[in-house]
Design a protein around this ligand. Structure first.
Ligand code: FES
Length: 115
C-alpha cells in the first residue's frame, strides 16, 4: 500500500518488502529522519493547509513518495502526480487534497532542490 515507504540509500523502497539483511551496510531513512529536508517541510505545510491528512496512516509514505516526485521533477501536473502515487494507497480516499498539496509544494520548490 506504500505506507511503509522509506529511503534506502536515498531511493524510495517498501520496507515491508525488504529483508533486514538486505539493508546491511545501507542507509535507511524514515520520514522521522527527514525533519530538516526543505521539500518535506514544504510538503508538511501544504498537506496541513490543504487538509490532505485524514487518519494519517498513509501520510509518511505519501510524503516520501511526493518528495521523490518533486526531486525528480515528476510532479508538474495532476496526471503526473496521480501516476507517481500509483503505489501509495489512501484508505480514507483523500486523493484530491493530497494531489493538490503535492502540486502546491512542487510549484514552490526551486529547481535547485531537485536532482
Ligand atoms: Fe487515512 Fe490516507 S489519510 S489512509
Amino acid at each position: 500500500c506504500g505506507a511503509c515507504t522509506v529511503l534506502v540509500d536515498g531511493e524510495p523502497a517498501r520496507a515491508c518488502l525488504m529483508l533486514a539483511a538486505a539493508c546491511d551496510e545501507r542507509e535507511v531513512t524514515t520520514i522521522e529522519g527527514m525533519a530538516g529536508d526543505p521539500i518535506v517541510a514544504r510538503l508538511r505545510d501544504s498537506f496541513h493547509r490543504r487538509h490532505a491528512v485524514q487518519c494519517g496512516f498513509c501520510t509518511p509514505g505519501m510524503l516520501i513518495a511526493a518528495r521523490d516526485l518533486i526531486r525528480r521533477r515528476r510532479a508538474g501536473s495532476e496526471a503526473e502526480i496521480r501516476l507517481g502515487l500509483a503505489g501509495n494507497l489512501c484508505r480514507c480516499t483523500g486523493y484530491t487534497n493530497i494531489v493538490a498539496a503535492i502540486a502546491e509544494a512542487a510549484a514552490a520548490t526551486p529547481e535547485g532542490e531537485s536532482r
